[in-house]
Design a protein. Structure first.
Lengths: 116, 116
């Protein structure tokens, strides 16, 4: 079974530029998550989708971050414009079941973003 | 609100020695608790999870964790460390939010070093 795919793996941009990350979840997984992991910290949930609907985006900085999952499969996370503090690893995860209880999430390898 | 505290950002052990990584949680309801491992340049992999069944949970790679409600702890142990255990370990609690869904709240992580 193929895992969660993410691209690109690394991205370097200058502040105020735009950037987009792509995620393809495990086949059949209805729930998709985007996390931000700043160096030295644990992952922080940015947004989670159930199929193509948003169930939680309370920690997404909506003035600069956006995410979509148009067909309920793959997803794109965008930052426009980027700030220095956006430098982090962006992790995508997916789960077969809705995000309840002890549901297991499967993580992709992440995209490491450096903002100069 | 739920939260997780991992005591010790860095732990170093000798190969063959006991591994003990500490995690304390705060939760107003019976929690779901997880341990994830992250190897360099990879995503997170689930080691084990507690979902209110047995208090002693066995996971992959010889790791286990014990849920202690009275101490609000979920410490991770392995009797004998191997060089391949060197990685970063994250404790997480599943936190309920509006709409009946949960989200994972991660601790800051503990980096485990194993020396010969």
């Amino acid at each position: 079974e193929a895992g969660v795919a993410q691209s690109p793996r690394y991205k370097i941009i200058e502040k105020r530029q735009s950037v987009a990350f792509w995620c393809n979840p495990i086949s059949g997984h209805a729930t998709l998550y985007w996390y931000q992991q700043i160096l030295g910290q644990g992952p922080k949930l940015l947004i989670q989708f159930q199929n193509n609907g948003v169930v939680d985006d309370s920690q997404l900085p909506k003035d600069r971050f956006s995410a979509e999952r148009l067909k309920g499969v793959d997803s794109t996370l965008k930052i426009q414009p980027a700030k220095l503090e956006d430098s982090a690893v962006y992790l995508c995860a997916s789960s077969l079941k809705p995000p309840i209880g002890g549901n297991e999430q499967f993580f992709g390898p992440g995209t490491r973003l450096t903002v100069l | 609100a739920q939260s997780v505290t991992q005591l010790g950002s860095h732990v170093s052990v000798s190969e063959g020695a006991l591994v003990l990584l500490r995690c304390n949680y705060s939760s107003s309801v019976p929690p779901y608790l997880f341990w994830y491992v992250q190897y360099p340049n990879q995503g997170l992999q689930l080691l084990l999870k507690y979902t209110s069944a047995a208090t002693l949970v066995k996971g992959i790679n010889g790791f286990e964790a014990e849920f202690k409600k009275s101490e609000t702890s979920f410490h991770l142990t392995k009797p004998s460390a191997h060089m391949s255990d060197a990685a970063e370990y994250f404790c997480a609690v599943s936190s309920a939010f509006s709409g009946g869904y949960n989200k994972l709240i991660f601790g800051a992580g503990t980096r485990l070093a194993v020396h010969p």
